[in-house]
Design a protein around this ligand. Structure first.
Ligand SMILES: [Zn+2]
Length: 128
């Protein structure tokens, strides 16, 4: 049977796959085109995968950046009450009073209290 037109034919040789030169040529051209299409499809798949990968990397980079910024804030901008008292040279009870009088802005994280560093400048050091 011809591999191009599917017509039955008597083969001259055992390995002849097409009924005529015309069918052999067309069959060859079709195969070449098919290969090209497959190659193109493969390229498209790789391009899409690469794009996905790049998007993922971008997301990871953004996440890491945000994480880094968060870490910086928690490490550099926020103080524990104990650290704040130490830097301000005040007693912990004094700080509690200052918080109650709204003299110091606090940040609540769960049941923890944190104080922004900018509160160091704004508050006068009175130990009443
Ligand atoms: Zn044929």
């Amino acid at each position: 049977m011809c591999n191009f037109c599917n017509k039955e034919f008597v083969a001259q040789k055992y390995n002849t796959k097409s009924c005529s030169n015309r069918c052999a040529n067309l069959s060859h051209k079709m195969k070449v085109r098919q290969d090209k299409e497959n190659m193109f499809n493969d390229n498209e798949i790789y391009k899409r995968l690469l794009h996905k990968l790049l998007v993922s990397v971008e997301r990871i980079e953004i996440a890491l950046e945000l994480y880094g910024v968060k870490q910086q804030i928690s490490k550099e901008e926020l103080l524990s009450p104990e650290k704040y008292c130490e830097l301000m040279n005040i007693h912990r009870k004094t700080l509690t009073r200052m918080i109650q009088r709204n003299e110091v802005a606090i940040i609540k994280q769960g049941n923890k209290i944190l104080i922004n560093k900018n509160q160091l400048k704004n508050t006068t050091n009175d130990k009443c």
